[in-house]
Design a protein around this ligand. Structure first.
Ligand code: NAD
Ligand code: DAU
Length: 332
């Protein structure tokens, strides 16, 4: 039985990945999570006690990380400060968690010679023009825009250096925007769904024409598992589901699915340095590893996600007012 150490497993994508692994393999899973504002122990409640262990701690804690890595076969590193808007207000935790935390994990997997998979983002490539036909590939040069994306880019480069210089057995994946259950209400889709549930209105940054390439979190999990099964050491794989939509289209769909007029949204202050468009070409993952998304219908996935937020108010309600108060200060 494979023993996985999953960092950030109480966060959005990490908790979806943990459930995916427990449902689709016989592996043992240990989560290491600091339970920052973004981590929620309820996201991993009710998992089988004989196969799941939760450890509350920091990926920058070298002694703890060393001990947990020693007792694992495979490390999957999701833990991060993940929100662009927060990185514009205070970059410091992004430097420590995303850079020092990744360095700490790399040193432990180097010493104990363990398999490592690094979770990263398409934002390391910067952005694309709205009207150009190109998409990101594994060969696109790095050009990050925000404190968040630059620390993720730096963490990717650390992984590449540890592979080349020390022979660490690592792979990297760079995924597009995820949606699905258990996503914090600071993020675009859950923020708009919960605003409407609360009788408020969606908030669009600027004109709402920025494009994101949406993928269901469960498709991201399946891709990561496939890379762990069959990916080549030292390789990078882009993960995306051909889900390009502009923000206005997403808001209109959410309003329609919730029975509201399609124009019942507000324009608010734009994000400084706001990336225009992300788009992933996932040909390598599909052709070399045979992965394909199981949720190709964005509207159906969005409807299921809305139903999840309607049915799980106890999960998101405690974070809602503090999140909105923070946005209000920025005129967002
Ligand atoms: P999230 O913010 O929902 O969760 C992050 C988790 O990491 C939280 O549980 C938090 O408590 C934990 N954490 C933070 N600092 C920690 C530390 N120092 N030690 C231990 N745990 C710590 O993030 P997410 O959206 O689930 O993103 C997970 C990963 O996927 C990140 O690496 C992110 O860059 C990447 N990613 C996210 C997306 C997306 O659309 N959300 C897309 C591509 C890649
Ligand atoms: O592309 C992958 C990245 O996707 C991940 O690396 C990040 O961790 C994740 O947060 C996400 O980054 P974005 O900045 O694209 O996601 P966010 O949900 O913050 O915003 C999505 C888009 O919606 C973006 O164009 C900004 C816009 N937006 C966001 C919010 C919160 C709004 O128009 N209104 C809002 O209220």
């Amino acid at each position: 039985m494979t023993a996985y150490l999953v960092t950030g497993g109480a966060g959005f994508i990490g908790s979806n990945f943990v459930r995916h692994v427990l449902d689709h393999t016989d592996a043992l899973v240990t989560v290491l999570d600091l339970l920052t504002y973004a981590g929620n122990p309820q996201s991993v409640e009710g998992l089988p006690e004989d196969r799941f262990t939760f450890v509350h701690g920091d990926i920058c804690d070298a002694r703890l990380v060393d001990q947990l890595v020693q007792n694992s076969d495979v490390v999957v590193h999701f833990a991060a400060e993940s929100h662009n808007d927060n990185s514009l207000l205070d970059p410091s935790p992004f430097i420590s968690t995303n850079l020092v935390g990744t360095y700490t994990l790399l040193e432990a997997v180097r010493h104990h010679e363990k398999r490592y998979h690094h979770i990263s983002t398409d934002e390391v490539y910067g952005d694309l023009e709205l009207d150009e036909p190109t998409r990101f590939t594994e060969a696109t040069p790095y050009n990050p825009s925000s404190p968040y994306s630059s620390t993720k880019a730096g963490s990717d480069l650390l992984v590449r250096a540890w592979v080349r210089s020390f022979g660490v057995q690592a792979t990297i994946s760079n995924c597009s925007n995820n949606y699905g259950p258990f996503q914090h209400v600071e993020k675009f889709i859950p923020r708009q769904i919960t605003n409407v549930i609360d009788g408020g209105r969606p908030k669009l940054y600027g004109a709402g024409l920025n494009v994101r390439d949406w993928i269901h979190a469960d498709d991201h999990s399946a891709a990561v598992l496939r890379i762990l099964e069959a990916g080549a050491i030292g390789e990078t794989y882009l993960i995306g589901a051909d889900g390009e939509k502009n923000n206005l289209q997403v808001v209109e769909t959410i309003l329609e699915l919730l029975g509201q007029p399609r124009d019942a949204y507000d324009h608010v202050n734009d994000r400084p340095g706001h990336d225009l468009r992300y788009a992933i070409d996932s040909t390598k993952l599909r052709t070399e590893l045979g992965w394909a998304p199981a949720y190709p219908d964005f509207e159906a996935g969005l409807a299921a996600t809305i139903a999840w937020y309607q049915g799980n108010e106890g999960w998101w309600r405690p974070q809602k007012s503090a999140t909105e108060a923070k946005y209000a200060v920025q005129g967002q």
